[in-house]
Each structure stands twice: as structure tokens, then as C-alpha cells.
Design a protein around this ligand. Sequence first.
Ligand code: AMP
Length: 198
Amino acid sequence: MTASARLLIVGPQGSGKGTQGVLVAEAFGIPVVSTGDIFRANIKAGTELGQQVTAIMEAGDLVPDELTSAIVRDRLSQDDAANGFLLDGYPRNTAQVAHLDEFLGERGETLDAVILLDVPREESLERLRLRAIEQGRADDTAEAIAKRLDIYEQETAPIIEVYAERGIVDRIDGVGSLEAITERIGAALAARGLAQRV
Ligand code: AMP
């Protein structure tokens, strides 16, 4: 059993990956590294990076790979990520997978598991509709949602194949209560010998 874990959580928008990611990371005592959250925090703080990505995010497009990968490299180089981390929203295409492989390879590391949250399209659209009302996210407009769904299907879904070939994908049924889904994820990770801290 290892005491740390290098994880990635993937799923379409509205799959609940943000919520589950936080719970899983807490259980393992590792930080969540969410590129969407990093971008949103920079927009809120009015940084140069924030100004660079505002229009891109509002349109539902992807921030350029080099920029995104540089930010992730920086974040993963911080002390609290030395023994593990949970990536949410990165990598999002095969170019970013290559960037991450290169970075982890330099450190002699690999991802331990990729949690794929499976949620039917109608269910995720309904959750997004609620999120738009509750959180008022600037990129939860119908147009941006449709754009992100297209990008997910065309660019992000292929990364699952890449990781599946490495035998590290755990496909988790993402429908059910919050607790039930968290338990399914914990069980899948335990089956890989990944031990939770709590
Ligand atoms: P998320 O919170 O993961 O839904 O991300 C919100 C938005 O941030 C996306 O629609 C993109 O505009 C941008 N973004 C987040 N992660 C990435 C990434 N890995 N590559 C490029 N753009 C990203």
C-alpha cells in the first residue's frame, strides 16, 4: 500500500468531477490541482493571466496548451504536491497528456489512476442548468456549454483511450448519491493498492 496517490479525475462537464475530486483528495491528504479553478482565481484577482484567459473561457474554448501546461508544472512543483495530487480538468487533450508525461517522467513519476466519471448526457445537462442558477458562472451560458461538450467529445475523450491502454482507468458510475459515488471511487482506488489517509 502506498501513502500517496497521483490521480486524475475526468468526466464531462456536469459529471460532478469537481465535487468528487475535492472529497477524494481530502481522503488521500493530497491537493486538488484544478486548472479551471486556477484560471477563475486569476480572473477574479485581475492578474495578467486572468486577463489573458477571460474571453477564451467565456467562449468555452481551451486556453492554449503551452500556457496551461506551464501553469500546471509550476503548481505540481510546489511542496504540497511532492507526495501526490489530484488533477481536475488537466490534461484535456493529447498534447497536454504529452506535456504531463514529460514533466512526470523527469521526476520519475507516473499517474497511479484515472477516475472516469460516467454520467448520461441528460443528467449532466440538468446538473449544469442547476449550477448556472446556483453559482452564476460566466461560462455556463448555453453556447459555452455546447462548445465545452463538443471539445470534451472531440479532444478530451481520446485521452481516456491513451490512459486505458496503460491500464490505469477506473470507470465509475457517476449517478447516485454523493456518498455512494465517493465510495465507488474509494473502492476502485483501494483495489489498486492506493490507501486513503482517513
Ligand atoms: P473547468 O472548470 O474544468 O470546467 O474549466 C473551465 C474553463 O477553463 C474551460 O472551459 C477552459 O476555457 C479553461 N480550462 C480549464 N482547464 C483547461 C485545460 N486543461 N486546457 C485548456 N483550457 C482549460
